[in-house]
Design a protein around this ligand. Sequence first.
Ligand code: CTP
Ligand code: MG
Length: 555
Amino acid sequence: LRPVFRRLNCPGPVAADLSREEQPPGSVETGSEDKIPKKRFSEVQKERREQAQRTVLIHCPNKINERKFLKYLSQHGPINNHFFYEGFGLYAVVEFCRKDSVYSLQGGIHTPSLGTEAAIPFKSRFFNLKLKNPSSQISEQPCVETTNQLPPSSKKLFEILYYAESIDDQLNSLLRKFQLTEENTKLRYLTCSFIEDIAAAYFPDCTVRPFGSSVNTFGKLGCDLDMFLDLDEFGKVSTNKNVGNFLMEYQVKNVPSERIATQKILSVIGECLDHLGPGCVGIQKILNARCPLVRFSHQPSGFQCDLTTNNRIALKSSELLYIYGALDSRVRALVFSVRCWARAHSLTSSIPGAWITNFSLTMMVIFFLQRRSPPILPTLDSLKTLADAEDKCIIEGNNCTFTHDLNKIKPSGNTETLELLLKEFFEYYGNFAFSKNSINIRQGKEQNKPDSSPLHIQNPFETSLNISKNVSQSQIQKFVDLARESAWILEQDNKNGPSPRIRPWGLAAVLLPSVVNSKSLTTKKRKKPGSETVKNLLESIKSNSTENPLSTNEK
Ligand code: CTP
Ligand code: MG
């Protein structure tokens, strides 16, 4: 399911001016100087969560009169904003100004009677709207204004890249087309809020928090939705009530380990999602993984969801990436292009396996930017030295302290272009001593590998862990070969100068199928692509863009 979003032009007091909100809070307009105040990650999370709690999702009839629809809903209170999107039918996301409007709306509706089937009467914030008198309600307006929020097709992307003015422009355009939109971000927080409602039946004080690429500003349209059940509040002792000689605790069931507790909780929540959760389908309990999880599809939003518990360290690494993404406008542009490049060459995959992941690629870009002279990004250790008392954070014995105040971090004096950085990225990793060295963003220095895994990227907070432990030797070799070839292609492009462009150039050229990995090559040995071979290959791909291997669909 790939939702198509529709934004409606809606004058009047209930209509929100979505244009004011084009950018997710805290996000940075890339390619221009950052003029948007940089919000703290925790502020963004809090604001988004609160917005989501005032929001409902409505499955609508295909033809609906928007004005009447909004008028009907505003009986329950003023609407802050709304948008429509297409998934399995037409859906409306409606954010009220006040939370009690949601209760008012819920108070006036009932669970359906289904004839031969029986309904499970779970009252969520996901509704179905029917027309009482369809013929009189059909919209007089011929069509509504629509905004497509899908990632661009391969053809469209190549067009954008082809007509861009420079390689820098190509990287920034790719970022603009692939980054999560305001509506998509809202839908992600709303989905977490729905799951929280279900989990709250057992754990009333729980929070379901999104993490990973949905919140770290590196998410591409179509990426999965990682969320975790935060039960921390549940265990907190209310100090002011504990005066005197007594200490009261909950009577609880004990199990042999934290892991077993996690498995039991996730097992129950998985059952609940399966049996009660409207729109939650394909529930898989993957409880024996290192980090046990429940995987499912949220059908109305189209998100593939991974639910874990108490994953606060992963939320910290999301926050760290958020900070890195906000520090310099080149960071996200470079990461998005590298992620697209890896996807185009099947270095990454939606299927778990021996491939490199987007998270690892992001770490590699950050490390590379720390290694520039002067550095574009600070090391994690230097962010730790900028921290004050309130930033101090120890999770499960791991020191996760770093400054949360973006304004404390000095901007880099490095003025290298994205074009240069992309080429240098490929060169750097094309020649990196993967067999000997580890990537470590905490110190920003190459270090001896502590074990023999083909790719070693230290987990920034759980420093004994390797985030790319799964990557095989052949995958890292493929990465190196492709990086060298891409550096070579960019170098040729540069040498040829601004001559009339008769073929995909710059970023578009490195996203095309590789000569080193093409099936026609029987030898595994790397071969520099002859310009004629590359030209023919590029031309054939260009003329047959529908078969272009650049899959824009992330998962
Ligand atoms: N994570 C981690 N160690 C790993 C894998 C993942 O700490 N070996 C954490 C990271 O915080 C990561 C999050 O789990 O951001 C989600 O993992 P994943 O979905 O694989 O990566 P994303 O960053 O969300 O990227 P994608 O867009 O591919 O989903
Ligand atoms: Mg993810």
